[in-house]
Design a protein around this ligand. Sequence first.
Ligand code: FES
Length: 107
Amino acid sequence: AKVTFNHGDGSVDVLDVDPGTSLMRAAVTNGVAGIVGECGGQAMCATCHVYVRPEYLDGLPEVSADEDEMLECTAEPRDDSRSRLGCQIQVGPELEEIAVDVPDNQT
Ligand code: FES
């Protein structure tokens, strides 16, 4: 799946990500700046915060209660319509392409 990370300085990382991989894992594995993933993907740290580009919001899994709680703890302000935890979004047949904006700060 094609995953695009847009950074605040205008740089862009485009990855080809295997199915079943989360956005957080893909970013950390590939050295994408600005995604930390401190808790290892358990929705317990909020350092994998991303802003999903509006055109990709449809078809994402619902925000779970745990994710919703952690999204109140992000370093950069939550955007109610498009803030998500990168560890809670996996690419696969249901999600072949997504683009996100990476917050300037995660801690
Ligand atoms: Fe910790 Fe996503 S990696 S909440």
